[in-house]
Design a protein around this ligand. Structure first.
Ligand SMILES: *[C@@H]1O[C@H](CO)[C@@H](O)[C@H](O)[C@H]1NC(C)=O
Ligand SMILES: [Cu+2]
Length: 269
């Protein structure tokens, strides 16, 4: 699909563009859906749901820019964006603007970054990021241009704040990558950041961290070279592994659970 930077301002065009594209604007905590941009930093883009790309990108924004952290201009809205309190180990969700659902094929992931000063409303996201959630191909025999991808059709990403996350204020960045233009270096990235305050007594430390920008580059075949119509699921999975999207998530909850199960079974002996 082609995207024009020139936006035809008719209701029909708005509705169509809004349904094809998406941005996370609502936070769901304890089953309660927030207002748009209450806890998620609002971008200053004129069409907030336009994708970021390496080439032919809207507003000149690319994954090589600082604003690839939380979307264009969103730091200027940080101080007026509220901070949601979430206990480590709890699940929350980031939900799309307009109740849209994801209609592009590709992986979805969630990264977090702790505000070193303790105040996320003043944090630009220039510190370390770690990944807490990842969804790639769920059905290798499905249509790789559509519903082979776990996130296809989702209207929100639901994920757990790892139980060992230390207390403090964090950015939580949800991202979806549409790979339908990757053969022409036009993978589409949709993302924004929530501001949360993690409570509890977690004392974990993520083993893999990243900087944004730097997370992705256009030498990675996933964004520039992969072809959903001709590549096999195996080849695509291998391209994913060559990027941070293929790295393991920091998932202390799972390890904690496994430890628990090991203890439980050894107790029976
Ligand atoms: C792109 O990222 C890969 C993996 O981190 C790295 O090996 C490579 O040097 C980077 N390329 C550029 C042009 O930055
Ligand atoms: Cu698109």
């Amino acid at each position: 699909m082609k995207h024009s930077a020139i936006f035809v301002a008719t209701i029909a065009a708005l509705a169509q563009s809004a349904s094809a594209h998406y941005i996370f604007s609502k936070l769901v905590v304890n089953g309660e859906i927030s207002n748009d941009w209450q806890y998620i930093r609002q971008t200053t883009r004129s069409e907030n749901y336009m994708p970021t790309k390496f080439t032919s990108t809207f507003d000149n924004l690319t994954p090589n820019d600082n604003d690839f952290r939380c979307n264009l201009g969103s730091f200027t809205n940080a101080a007026k964006t509220e901070v949601a309190e979430v206990a480590a180990g709890d699940s929350i969700a980031m939900k799309l603007f307009y109740d849209a659902s994801i209609a592009h094929p590709g992986p979805g992931q969630v990264y977090m970054s702790k505000a070193p000063s303790g105040n996320v409303q003043q944090y630009e996201g220039d510190g370390e990021w770690f990944k807490i959630w990842e969804k790639t191909i769920c059905n290798e025999n499905g249509d790789l241009t559509k519903d082979a991808w776990c996130t296809y059709g989702m209207s929100q990403f639901e994920f757990e704040i790892p139980a060992n996350t230390p207390a403090g204020e964090y950015l939580v960045r949800a991202e979806h990558v549409g790979l339908h233009g990757a053969q022409a270096n036009e993978a589409e990235l949709f993302y924004s950041c929530a501001q949360i305050k993690v409570t509890g007594s977690g004392n974990g430390s993520p083993s893999l961290t990243y900087k944004i920008p730097g997370l992705y580059n256009d030498s990675m075949k996933l964004f520039n070279g992969l072809n959903l119509w001709t590549d096999s699921a195996d080849a695509i999975e291998s391209d994913i592994l060559d990027t941070p999207i293929g790295d393991d998530v920091w998932m202390t909850g799972w390890f904690a659970e496994e430890d628990y199960m090991l203890h439980e079974s050894s107790d029976q002996h």
